[in-house]
Design a protein around this ligand. Structure first.
Ligand SMILES: [Zn+2]
Length: 182
């Protein structure tokens, strides 16, 4: 925990459940240099909203031969948040940009359904936490910023999320941008 952490970020850290040891692993993860982090990247899992972290880890292995879950954090519709991969381990979530990316996925398919307010507010708290913990992150963006994809879904309320992040960071001397001009 760092000193300039906002109350939003502190609350988020208390709520975050570390389930890394409970997930299946399929080999050794690749370690990266955390000082190279530049992006906080938001995804949806494009799966059913009740898909479990273990199911996502197995699918990442079966489909992509990855060593386990591709995302570092997962957020559910009820606002639960899980740490699923150590941020020092390379994720498999942004093609050609995995090294500078910290990845969080909202569980569900938000081209077909809507994320709840609880999910979006938890994501905004999480962004405030990540900006405090990882000072080299300079931009918050959607997966679609890097690649032609609908991820995190065409119904994802990006502007509401961006406003919620700005609200949480008000008065905090931390320079960053949010994709979409805010
Ligand atoms: Zn994605």
């Amino acid at each position: 925990m760092t000193n300039d952490m906002t109350s939003f970020a502190r609350d988020l850290e208390r709520r975050m459940l570390d389930i890394r040891d409970k997930l299946p692993h399929f080999g050794a993860p690749r370690i990266r240099d955390l000082s190279k982090l530049r992006y906080l990247v938001v995804h949806h899992t494009a799966s059913h909203e009740n898909t479990t972290p273990a199911e996502l880890a197995r699918e990442a292995f079966l489909r992509f031969k990855w060593d386990g879950i591709s995302y570092h954090f997962l957020i559910y519709q009820n606002g639960d948040i899980y740490l699923t991969r150590n941020p020092i381990e390379l994720g498999a979530c942004v093609e050609l940009k995995n090294t500078p990316s910290l990845c969080v996925a909202c569980v569900g398919n938000f081209s077909e359904t809507q994320p709840s307010d609880a999910m979006i507010l938890t994501l905004a708290d999480f962004a405030a936490w990540a900006l405090a913990c990882y000072q080299t992150i300079e931009k918050i963006c959607r997966h679609s910023f890097f690649k032609e994809t609908e991820c995190p879904g065409i119904n994802f309320p990006w502007q509401s999320f961006a406003s919620a992040v700005r609200e949480r960071m008000r008065g905090v001397p931390r320079i960053f941008t949010i994709e979409g001009g805010q």
